[in-house]
Design a protein around this ligand. Structure first.
Ligand code: ADP
Ligand code: MG
Length: 166
C-alpha cells in the first residue's frame, strides 16, 4: 500500500478524497496520544489542479463549517477543530524557504496538528518531510489523483483510506 491512484470525474470527487481522509483521521482519534508530531501532507500539481478543492473537503470533513479560503496571501490558514489543529498552507508566494523559520513554523508541526501544504517545493529544506504526498493532474477537463505514503504512519492512513472506499 505505497500508492493509490484514482480518476476524479468532477469537483465533487476531488472534495470526497479530502473528506475521506478526514474520516480516516477522525476514526484514529484514539491514537492521538501516541503520536509525536504532525501529520504532514504535501499537495502537488499545477495551478487549478484541485489542491485547494481537496483541502476544502478535508477541512470540512474535519468539522469546519465556515468558509475555506485559499491562503494565497497569508501563506497559512489555521482551523481549530479539537482535538485536531489543522493548518492549510499555500506556499506559492513564499519568496524564500527561510521565511518559514520567521513564521515560527515549528509550532505548526506539533503532535495534534495536521498540515496540508500546497506548493511544498517552495519550502524545501525547511519543511518537515511528508507522511503523504498527493499529486493532482489534469486529464482533459477532469483530474487524476495519486496518493503516496512516505512513512509508516502515512502508509497506515492510506491503508485505512483504501479500506474505507471498499
Ligand atoms: P489549485 O489549488 O490546485 O490551484 P483549485 O482547487 O483552487 O486548484 O481549483 C481547482 C479548479 O478545478 C476548481 O475550479 C474546481 O472546481 C475544479 N475541479 C476540481 N476537481 C475537479 C475535477 N475532478 N474535475 C473537474 N474540475 C475539477
Ligand atoms: Mg490552491
Amino acid at each position: 500500500m505505497k500508492q493509490l491512484e484514482y480518476f476524479l470525474a468532477n469537483e465533487n470527487a476531488t472534495i470526497t478524497v479530502g473528506d475521506s481522509l478526514a474520516t480516516v483521521l477522525l476514526a484514529q482519534n484514539e491514537h492521538i496520544d501516541k503520536v509525536q508530531s504532525a501529520l504532514v501532507v504535501y499537495l502537488k500539481g499545477d495551478l487549478g489542479a484541485g489542491k485547494t478543492t481537496l483541502t476544502r473537503g478535508f477541512v470540512r470533513g474535519m468539522g469546519h463549517q465556515g468558509k475555506v479560503k485559499s491562503p494565497t496571501y497569508t501563506l497559512v490558514e489555521p482551523y481549530e477543530l479539537p482535538p485536531w489543529q489543522v493548518y492549510h498552507f499555500d506556499l506559492y508566494r513564499l519568496g524564500d524557504a527561510e521565511e518559514l523559520e520567521y513564521m515560527g513554523i515549528r509550532d505548526y508541526f506539533a503532535e495534534n496538528c495536521c498540515c496540508f501544504i500546497e506548493w511544498p517545493e517552495k519550502g524545501a529544506g525547511i519543511l518537515p518531510k511528508a507522511d503523504i504526498v498527493i499529486q493532482l493532474d489534469y486529464q482533459d477537463e477532469q483530474r487524476t489523483v495519486k496518493l503516496r505514503a512516505f512513512s509508516v504512519r502515512g502508509e497506515d492512513v492510506l491503508q485505512r483510506y483504501s479500506a474505507l472506499l471498499k
